[in-house]
Design a protein around this ligand. Structure first.
Ligand code: CTP
Length: 403
């Protein structure tokens, strides 16, 4: 995906500039052409000679370099790229980009470009969380500037927190995703995904049924997010008020048994996400409406429904590569989720607290923990749409690792 892509790499003055030589090496290994602009601050951390040697091109530093202005003006420099990557992007260069300043070659190129721009911020945690930087970040995002990182961890200044520049593989993945999207492809193009969503309705008789409080919001959002990344998605949905997501093949069902059949019909698929709140039991279904009889309370005889997640996770040649389940719990969230993962033989479990007061059922937010073979990742409270996007990104990343 990076073969023959032209990347103008602006290296600003942060300690993370020491990661840049490795970044250039990895980009060139993937066939990208890298040309560097080094700011005065950046030159405190990495030499122009290093960047020139690794990129196989001149390292540009001065705005008023007459020789280069005749050969390669700042306008041409910025226009001859497919993307401009600012790494590390300091608080200072972000502020200058917002203000439209052009007081050196880097800022002038950024102002003169008509090409997409990606930044990899890197700074002290207080500088990152400062309202000025956060507001600059929002403005840059509204101008379609792409942002990769930063991540949390030990910072070079000795403090701990958010502000570490994204690692080289993360930057490469972000660039790859950018070019894929630009080419009308996504990281999941060519993959088939199956998602279950919503509740199931289990009829007691022709007019009554057993149901649950699932809204289908989370499952539908997962289907939309996977489709957004290029996957060919079938969504098997129980009865919900959610609209069918764009670009997704939706199969509407009512009962757990119908959901099981629709899932089997949608296979094979590489990715399965079971987000439906499938009823565990179905009542013996009376053919006619049950009539009320004075003094008599009917007993419901329940039979176990198929466990769709466990069935699809069964080992075998047709098993999807990645099966993700959800665990709706009201207590011992992580422990129950781990047990559920092992019991149902799925690969990942998205565990969420659905106890009264969590607002998860029917609400727009979700606080989830991703339980995998590698451990537990706790995500902050996010909109269900954001949980879905993050999950889809994680799924895409796990497939890219195996390419
Ligand atoms: N699930 C399923 N088919 C079922 C029951 C559950 O596919 N018949 C899936 C759900 O879509 C979810 C996961 O299993 O991905 C966990 O569902 P949950 O209701 O939380 O677990 P249960 O299996 O019902 O276990 P318990 O009642 O012990 O919580």
């Amino acid at each position: 995906m990076l073969e023959n892509r032209r990347i103008l790499l602006i290296v600003a003055g942060g300690i993370a500039a020491v990661k840049v030589p490795d970044l250039i090496r990895r980009l060139r290994e993937r066939g990208a052409h890298v040309r560097c602009i080094l700011t005065k601050g950046g030159a405190q951390f990495v030499t122009p000679l290093t960047l020139a040697a690794l990129s196989g091109d001149k390292c540009y530093q001065e705005l008023f370099d007459l020789k280069d202005e005749s050969e390669m003006g700042h306008i041409r420099l910025s226009r001859e790229a497919d993307i401009i990557l600012v790494a590390p992007a300091t608080a200072d260069i972000m502020a200058k980009m917002v203000a439209g300043m052009a007081d050196d070659l880097a800022t002038t190129a950024l102002l003169a470009t008509d090409k997409p721009v990606m930044i990899a911020p890197s700074m002290n945690v207080m500088m990152w969380t400062h309202p000025a930087t956060q507001s600059n970040l929002q403005i840059l995002k509204t101008r379609e500037v792409k942002v990769v990182g930063p991540s949390a961890g030990d910072l070079a200044c000795g403090e701990v927190g958010n502000g570490r520049m994204a690692e080289v593989p993360e930057i490469i993945a972000a660039l790859t995703r950018f070019f894929q999207k630009n080419d009308g492809q996504g990281p999941l193009t060519g993959y088939k995904a199956l998602v279950t969503s919503g509740p199931t309705h289990e009829p007691i008789d022709p007019v009554r049924y057993i149901a649950n409080r699932s809204s289908g919001k989370q499952g539908h959002a997962v289907a939309a997010a996977l489709a957004e990344l290029g996957a060919q998605v079938t969504l098997v949905s129980g009865p919900t008020h959610e609209a069918d997501p764009d670009g997704v093949n939706v199969v509407h069902v009512e009962t757990a048994k119908q959901m099981m059949k629709a899932c089997n019909d949608a296979l094979p698929a590489e990715i399965v996400v079971c987000a439906a709140a499938v009823a565990d039991w179905s009542p013996e279904n009376a053919k006619q409406k049950m009539k009320k009889e004075a003094g008599k309370t009917p007993a419901l005889t329940l039979a176990e429904n198929p466990d769709i997640l466990a069935t699809l996770s069964q080992p075998g040649p047709a098993r999807p590569n990645l099966v993700v389940g959800f665990a709706a719990e009201t207590e011992n969230l992580i422990e129950n989720a781990k047990t559920k993962r092992a019991k149902k033989n799925c690969d990942w479990i998205v565990a969420n607290d659905v106890s009264p007061g969590s607002g998860a059922f029917g609400g727009d937010n979700n606080t989830v923990h991703l339980v995998t073979a590698d451990g537990v990742e706790s995500w902050p409270t996010l909109r269900k749409r954001a949980v879905a996007e993050r999950l889809a990104e994680r799924i895409a990343a796990s497939f890219q690792r195996h390419l």
